[in-house]
Design a protein around this ligand. Structure first.
Ligand code: GDP
Ligand code: ZN
Length: 462
């Protein structure tokens, strides 16, 4: 939109809604210091505010002189700030009313409300971050597991951008010699033979693009997580297991004793992976209509699972129903778990041990035993024989699409080079196409549309 200019000053509440210890209002643009002087009354009167210093005082309504909140403020003068513009941050008492009143005063004093992602967009436009790094900011905020967070931090520190830059440099070299051949066809300046160009493309450039595409695939699991479906006949302990896995993870954060909610789907973390845990109550042959809908739903969930945990009751012997259900699960990636080992007789356990095509994990959902081993097995099945750690970097969907485009162009270039006398003009077209695709990743080439698309998914205040 046309109003997204960087000459004006933007403001937003940067902390999430709801009561909290502090709330932050962020302001960026040329008016930041003027706004500070208009709405802030420091505890001790002063002429000058130093950059990157905290000052204590009050936000005061300039018209009525009425204090609104007791705050700390910090002015970060350009270019040493997130946006490379003057940035003012106000640390206030959090609470919807307080923060919106301060924001109102700030807007009256010369700012306009920020669009979603506009601070980061300015950081990008002012050259502080490239586009891949800007996207990493959003990735960090939404990381749902430790591994996803680690990946995002590497993206922010420029890991992906460096590799894209190195690729662009190589292609630029090739384009330069190709263009010499276009400009001076008679001179017969053969700086690079078609064979040598072919070798560089197929041995240096394309393999790197393929590696990046592969890590996009590997990274997807770590970034987006997996769906783990709990299956097994009634009363084997599916709900208990789901709760146990959630408790395991949340024990530190929210100790709520004795809360066993009847959860059907919940998000957890298993071995650092974001995981959606899904309970399939009711996967059994149903006589009546209502139940058979449940069965159909349960089957759909099974089909969508990345990993199925098939649960049996170790305190009992195997039943026909266990067998029948296992038939439905077998063809899917799965882990078998024998539950209730706290009350299971030893002879049952050795029966169960031989019951499946894989050695089951022995657990007690009730006492929280064997859960680590279970998590490890789920992780193994989920990631397959892939890495136990996320790849160093992992392009997101947008970046992956651009890489695909570059790859196709370079493959076309290779086919041209296979011909007896490849036309440099045609070669140059493909190389330029590959370059432009790669430039989209880091944002050397962008359009307003692309930026709108990327930054509109950001939160306001970011
Ligand atoms: P679901 O129908 O498969 O979801 O099974 P529930 O989780 O509702 O559990 C059925 C019963 O088994 C409940 O009474 C649980 O307390 C009990 N139970 C679940 N896990 C264990 C376990 O590891 N040990 C023991 N002793 N009881 C368990
Ligand atoms: Zn249940």
């Amino acid at each position: 939109p046309a109003h997204l200019r960087t000459e004006d000053t933007i403001a937003a509440i940067a902390t999430p809604p709801g009561p909290g210890a502090i709330g932050v209002i962020k302001i960026s643009g040329p008016e930041a210091e003027g706004i500070l002087r208009r709405v802030f009354r420091p505890a001790r009167p002063r002429e000058h505010f130093e950059s990157h210093r905290l000052y204590y005082g009050h936000i005061v309504d300039p018209e009525s002189g009425e204090p609104v909140d007791e705050v700390l403020v910090a002015l970060m003068r350009a270019p040493r700030s997130y946006t490379r513009e003057d940035v003012l941050e106000i640390y206030a008492h959090s609470g919807y009313r307080v923060l919106t009143r301060i924001l109102e005063l700030v807007l009256r004093a010369g700012a306009r409300p920020a669009e979603p992602g506009e601070f980061t967009r300015r950081a990008f436009l002012n050259g502080r971050l490239d586009l891949a790094q800007a996207e990493a900011v959003e990735e960090i905020i939404h990381a749902r597991s430790d591994q996803a967070l680690r990946l995002a931090l590497r993206h922010l520190s420029g890991g992906l951008s460096e590799r894209i830059q190195a690729l662009r440099d190589r292609i630029l070299d090739l384009l330069a010699v190709t263009e010499v051949a276009v400009d001076f066809p008679e001179e017969d300046v053969e700086i690079l033979s078609p064979e040598e160009m072919r070798r560089r493309l197929s041995e240096e450039v394309l393999p790197e693009i393929r590696r990046l595409l592969a890590s996009a695939e590997e990274g997807r699991v770590f970034r987006e997580g997996i769906a783990v479906v709990l299956a097994g006949r009634p009363n084997v302990g599916k709900s208990s297991l789901l709760n146990a896995l959630l408790r395991e993870e949340r024990a530190i954060v929210t100790p709520v004793p004795g809360t066993t909610r009847d959860v059907i789907e919940e998000t957890a973390q298993i071995a650092g992976l974001p995981v959606r845990l899904i309970d399939t109550a009711g996967l059994r042959e149903a006589a009546d209509e209502v139940e058979s809908i449940g069965v159909r739903k349960a089957r759909e969930k099974l089909a969508a699972a990345d990993v199925v945990v098939f649960l049996v009751d170790g305190s009992q012997s195997p039943t026909e129903e266990d067998q029948r259900l296992y038939e439905e699960v077998r063809s899917r990636p799965h882990v078998v778990a024998v539950n209730k080992i706290d009350i299971a007789p030893a002879e049952n356990l050795s029966l169960w041990r031989r019951q499946f095509h894989q050695t089951p994990v022995f657990i007690s959902a009730k006492e929280g035993r064997g859960l680590e081993e279970l998590s490890r097995r789920i992780f193994e099945v989920a990631v397959g024989h892939g890495p136990a750690e996320p790849p160093e970097i992992a392009p997101n969907l947008r970046q992956k699409a651009a890489l695909e485009r570059a790859k196709k162009a370079l493959e076309r270039a290779l086919r041209l080079l296979d011909q007896p006398a490849p036309l440099p003009e045609l070669l140059a077209v493909e190389l330029r196409e590959a370059l432009s695709a790669l430039s989209e990743i880091t944002g050397e080439v962008t359009t307003e549309d692309l930026l709108d698309r990327i930054f509109s998914s950001f939160c306001i205040g970011k």
